[in-house]
Design a protein. Structure first.
Length: 94
């Protein structure tokens, strides 16, 4: 499975990326090894994700989300929070 995700950094900024393993990638971000952007902004929290069958779909969605304004990203997160709250990946970060 491939995932597109949004992280909330310690400074309340948002980071969007894609991965094949959410738990591993989140751990990497929190160790300062996930991305240059998040390395000085930890700890980070997973606030949104989507699942895709292919890498290409996940990367395309990542690009689309990166084109959204901060307000649009926050709306996306809020609208989907209830649906994803039961997922173990998100629960561990709450």
């Amino acid at each position: 499975m491939n995932y597109t995700y949004i992280l909330e950094c310690n400074d309340k900024s948002l980071y969007t990326g894609w991965t094949t393993d959410l738990k591993r990638r989140l751990a990497m971000h929190n160790q300062g090894k996930g991305a240059k952007y998040t390395s000085g902004r930890g700890p980070v929290k997973l606030v949104y994700f989507e699942e895709f069958a292919t890498k290409e779909e996940a990367m395309k969605r990542e690009y689309a989300i990166k084109q959204l304004s901060r307000q649009e990203k926050l709306r996306l997160i809020a609208e989907n929070r209830t649906k994803q709250y039961g997922n173990a990946v998100c629960e561990e970060q709450d």
